[in-house]
Design a protein around this ligand. Structure first.
Ligand SMILES: [Zn+2]
Length: 428
């Protein structure tokens, strides 16, 4: 009985909270992610469009008449987190042959579940890089229209790749004529494919430059697209106003993609000193997904990943972490991206502890998932900080995340655009 009424109450609360109205949050502590300073007793004010209008000390920030503040005085507030490399419409179990039995509509339904999970874990913005059948476009639009609970999404649609490459589907023999929809060979075919994904709703373009781990018959270190093809892709994407991300594990492909003008290198596993220097020179963001190695090695076989994929991960996982440390120490720009979907959605924040284990301070890792990620997305000024004019995307934890970054694995409060998504802090 008590349980039922509580459930009804929380449903009512959620229903009312989805209607944006002016409001305020009173944060016992607030992390200024730019300076790393923890400010005490702060108020975040936002308007009915879910945009922050003021942030300041509670004592000197008057509430507009009729606005009551939500009490998070026992919490530390920070901006909603950003993961720049997700696959919300996929699951770890979709790898290998099991994936052939999953339709595009089914993957869209999977995306609905994972969008909710990801948002509730504190990630209020994601960049989704690779989904079949434009299921990510549908998911983004459903979220934007309020049909589905989920983070703000920047989406790529299907990733471009060479015939037989990491982003083709190489599981079936020739008689099935199976080809992934992002396959394009040669500069002009690549340009046409970039135009096509943008035509159907891509906000960003994803290109598989090198081989990968969770694919059949290729090697992560091997180049796939040529420099000429990568240049065509980057030029076309930029001409049409989109950023472009390269899946690149291999040393040569990383350098080719940077030279071609890509905005970010995903995985970056086998980057060498020249690659790091090039990334710094070009201002290219490096995205190292250094958590999921643990999951692939411990759970991958059970999840149905191909034996060859597990072998590839064994060779590359540790090198990727070592190169993450070198790139960070060399001062390359880094953004937080996890490849969620390779491991279960909602565990995204587990990567923070890995980043700290491999050389970052907690603040560096948090900046990678806030201000830096926002800049990579082209959304600086909108997400990644709690400042006037930004979306009221606020999360809160019970303690100091600069002292214990693992607190981000247990986010207790999530607000997106002024609407409360979850609040596990007891009412006071
Ligand atoms: Zn990925």
């Amino acid at each position: 009985m008590r349980k039922t009424s509580l459930a009804i109450l929380s449903l009512l609360f959620l229903a009312s909270s989805t209607h944006a109205a002016p409001g305020a949050i009173r944060c016992g502590k607030l992390l200024d992610v730019r300076s790393g300073r923890i400010l005490t007793d702060q108020v975040v004010l936002f308007d009915d469009a879910g945009t922050i209008t003021a942030v300041g000390p509670a004592a000197s920030t008057p509430l507009p008449s009729g606005v009551k503040s939500l009490d998070l005085s026992a919490a530390t507030c920070l901006p909603g987190l950003i993961d720049v490399h997700t696959h919300l419409t996929g699951e770890p179990g979709d790898s290998g042959y099991a994936g052939l039995g999953i339709s595009v509509p089914r993957s869209a339904v999977t995306g609905v579940k994972n969008a909710r999970r990801t948002l509730r874990a504190g990630f209020t913005t994601v960049r989704n890089v690779g989904a079949e059948g434009f299921s990510d476009v549908a998911l983004r639009d459903g979220i934007n229209e309020g049909d589905v609970e989920g983070p703000r999404m920047i989406v790529s649609g299907p990733a471009l790749g060479i015939t037989g490459g990491h982003c083709d589907n190489n599981l079936l023999p020739a008689d099935f004529h199976r080809k992934a929809e992002g396959v394009a060979d040669g500069p002009w075919a690549v340009r046409a494919k970039v135009r096509e994904v943008i035509k159907y709703g891509a906000d960003v373009v994803k290109v598989c430059a090198s081989g990968g781990v969770l694919s059949k018959g290729d090697q992560p270190g091997t180049p796939q697209y040529t420099l000429e093809e990568l240049q065509a892709a980057a030029e076309e994407a930029h001409k049409l106003g989109r950023k472009i991300a390269a899946h690149a594990h291999g040393t040569q492909s990383i350098k080719d993609a940077i030279r071609a003008g890509f905005d970010s290198i995903e995985h970056s596993s086998l980057i060498d000193d020249e690659g790091i220097a090039l990334a710094k020179q070009h201002g290219t963001y490096l995205v190292f997904d250094i958590y999921n190695d643990d999951y692939i090695l411990s759970q991958g076989a059970k999840a149905g990943m191909l034996p060859e994929s597990i072998e590839k991960e064994k060779k590359i996982g540790r090198l990727q972490r070592e190169n993450f440390r070198r790139a960070f120490e060399s001062g390359a720009k880094m953004a937080f991206g996890t490849d969620s979907g390779v491991y279960p959605h909602g565990d995204n924040a587990r990567q923070f502890a890995k980043m700290v284990e491999w050389g970052m301070k907690p603040l560096d890792a948090i900046q990678a998932a806030t201000v830096n990620a926002a800049e990579l997305l082209g959304w600086a000024g909108k997400v990644g900080a709690l400042e006037r004019g930004y979306f009221a995307d606020v999360i809160a934890v019970a303690g100091d995340p600069l002292a214990d970054v693992r607190l981000l694995e247990a986010v207790k409060f999530v607000m997106k655009g002024g609407a409360v998504v979850r609040n596990d802090f007891p009412a006071r």
